[in-house]
Design a protein around this ligand. Structure first.
Ligand code: AMP
Length: 282
């Protein structure tokens, strides 16, 4: 496995690899790798000849009062984990490498970036789209792997790839969860033991809602009411949003039909946890 820090060197390396008939799978991450990230890596390894993982804590996707400085950085451990998974290349650029002095260009996917997480994190998806757009230009992969855990991120990036004609296929990998159901996240490290126990209510609420919809419920309001009540009653979590939206447009649904995304963001202390379930309603 190679660790590369410079765009120029990565391009040289991949240029060599591309001369042979190979496909490249790409997994962008912010590091602090866990089994959720590794599920993406494994899928890429299965489906491609060469897998590139980027580890870059992207400053432009953090708001001024968010956790950019304290975000977990465990690069040595990440390298060991990646090696074990037979990742071919880790791209670990410096901030200056990605945003050189005088950097002025952003990618903005309008409207869908302002919904859900975009409301409490203005500019977040501009930062995400910009960095992933840059990384796609640098790595030029055949397949981009994204986690369903960040459902809005998937929707935004698929839109970007389509609108700007990035020559890449996007594959979404199901959410990997702890045994109790809590979605794995680098930010789970911020949770106290009590909060971690409580945080399982998020997936429980989502699952109960799905069951109710599968059983025939077609109106969003009672489903959302029940979820909200359940989370408030069984945890100290403060709900940021809890929505039932169209899986493509992310617009709120009153009647549940088609691609439905149940999504939520809940604060446990300083940790803001997100989770979702996507389902198709006939
Ligand atoms: P991050 O390092 O948090 O930016 O995540 C990098 C990639 O891993 C994103 O595509 C995430 O959606 C994905 N990911 C993070 N956690 C999980 C999880 N628990 N299950 C599946 N994918 C995940």
């Amino acid at each position: 496995m190679k660790v590369i820090r410079r765009t120029k060197h990565l391009r040289q390396e991949l240029g060599r690899a591309r001369r042979r008939p190979r496909t490249i799978g790409f997994v962008p991450t912010m590091g602090a790798l866990h089994d959720g990230h590794l599920a993406l890596v494994r899928r890429s390894r299965r489906e491609n000849d060469l897998t590139v993982v980027s580890v870059f804590v992207n400053p432009t996707q953090f708001g001024p009062r968010e956790d950019f400085r304290s975000y977990p950085r465990t690069f040595k451990k990440d390298v060991l984990l990646a090696k074990k998974e037979k990742v071919d290349i880790i791209f670990h650029p410096s901030i200056k490498e990605i945003y050189p002095r005088g950097y002025l260009t952003d990618i903005e996917v309008r409207e869908i970036s302002d919904r859900l997480c975009g409301r409490s994190r203005p500019g977040h998806f501009r930062g995400v789209a910009t960095v992933v757009g840059k990384l796609l230009n640098i790595v030029d992969p055949d397949i981009l792997y994204l986690g369903q855990k960040d459902a809005q991120q998937c929707v935004v990036l698929r839109h970007m790839v389509r609108d700007l004609d990035f020559p890449v296929k996007v594959t979404t990998v199901p959410t990997v969860r702890e045994p109790g159901g809590l979605a794995m996240s680098s930010r789970n490290q911020y949770l106290s033991a009590v909060q971690r126990r409580e945080a399982v209510v998020l997936y429980q609420a989502l699952r109960t809602a799905r069951k109710r919809i599968v059983a025939g419920e077609r109106t969003a309001a009672p489903v959302l009411r029940e979820m909200r009540r359940y989370i408030r009653k069984n945890s100290s979590g403060i709900i940021d949003y809890l929505v039932c939206v169209d899986g493509q447009t992310l617009r709120p649904l009153r009647v549940l039909r088609g691609e439905v995304l149940l999504a939520l963001a809940v604060y446990f202390g300083k940790a803001r946890l997100i989770d979702n379930i996507a389902l198709t309603v006939k």
